[in-house]
Design a protein around this ligand. Structure first.
Ligand code: UDP
Length: 326
């Protein structure tokens, strides 16, 4: 008997994480339907897939009614602006994709009898008072601050996803993604890693916000994708943190980038943006226990690969700089 191929819908397919997910599911032998409205995504990230018969692309905004003909077995909802500079620029779309977009996709999953995994975020913990963050921490979010549009949309997303699970018996999964880096991040997305590497490559000083004592824990993209894949295939419906618990201050991180790139420039300070979390580090005990997953790529190796990617971008890309204070 010939087994029919499974078909997966990935929203935000042209984005950083979405495009890596498309690659992974193609590699695993799935038919992949990518969907993106291309507001923050870039077709360059998935250009190499268009020649494959296993790949289709819909240019569509998931905040509007979603329809794809034919079977869909899995849905991964990764459409959303995901960096502070983006959601400051497009706050309403950010709210809509996390709320209306998620609602549309849950309804679509119900019609297709598909399993859906939604991309949540460590931002649901806000500026956390519990450290490291465990999944049962409820968070410390300012709903009306600049990050509120993202944080609250993602919190609503988790609530409506659990509601569809409880009331409609939908097969749902929720991943809480911590800071992730790797090739295909947008050089001008304002996030700290592309900001620092871009500055080093252009011969500018590296802008540390505040005194740089705030911490983050950076996960290499391949590790993250593995964790997400395992979660989708598991039967666990509650949120799972996926991230790398190796914590570092932003100032130390800047120093690492200076060393990595060999730049002669230095760290300079800029004001700390409002509600910038002071510390962030995932407790990944649940992922270890339920998924048998933990990150494998250390920061030195991951940063080397990522730097190679940025170094080889065309020079005009490099000059497309976006600064939060521009
Ligand atoms: N940051 C910085 N310089 C930059 C960009 C970001 O010091 O040019 C800091 C930012 O204030 C935050 C951390 O780096 O404390 C991570 O910022 P990012 O935007 O990458 O992600 P976040 O975790 O804040 O969502």
């Amino acid at each position: 008997m010939i087994m029919e191929k499974k078909r997966v819908l990935i929203t935000g397919a042209a984005g950083f994480l979405g495009s890596h997910l498309c690659d992974r599911f193609i590699r695993e032998g799935y038919d992949v339907v990518g969907m993106d409205n291309l507001i923050t995504g870039d077709l360059k990230n998935i250009e190499h897939l268009f020649k494959l018969k296993e790949f289709e692309f819909y240019h569509h905004d998931v905040s509007k009614f979603v329809h794809v003909p034919g079977r869909i077995d899995y849905i991964l909802h990764f459409a959303s602006p995901a960096s502070p500079i983006d959601y400051l620029k497009i706050p309403i779309q950010t709210l809509k994709v996390g709320s209306l977009g998620t609602h549309n996709l849950l309804g679509f999953a119900k019609v297709k009898k598909a399993r859906i995994l939604v991309a949540s975020t460590s931002e649901v913990y806000g500026d956390p008072t519990v450290h490291p963050q465990t999944e049962d921490y409820w968070g410390n979010v300012n709903p009306i601050g600049p990050r509120g549009v993202y944080d609250e949309a993602k919190r609503f997303q988790e609530a409506i996803t659990m509601a569809y699970h409880t009331y409609h018996n939908l097969e749902t999964r929720i991943v809480r993604i911590f800071n992730t880096y790797g090739p295909r991040m947008r050089l001008n997305d304002g996030r700290v890693l592309p900001a620092f590497i871009g500055q080093a490559l252009r011969g500018e000083d590296l802008t540390v916000f505040g005194d740089g004592s705030q911490t983050r824990s950076f996960c290499y993209v391949d590790d993250l994708i593995e964790g997400i894949y395992r979660l989708l295939m598991s039967d666990y419906v509650y949120p799972v943190n996926v991230g790398n618990p190796q914590e570092i201050t932003i100032r130390e991180f800047g120093e690492e980038i200076i060393k990595l790139t060999g730049t002669k420039q230095q760290l300079i300070t800029k004001p700390l943006p409002q509600d910038d979390p002071k510390q962030r580090k995932p407790d990944i005990s649940r992922a270890i226990e339920i998924l048998g997953w933990e990150p494998k790529v250390n920061r030195e190796e991951g940063l080397r690969i990522t730097y190679e990617y940025f170094k080889n971008l065309p020079p005009d890309e490099l000059n497309k700089t976006a600064h939060r204070f521009a």
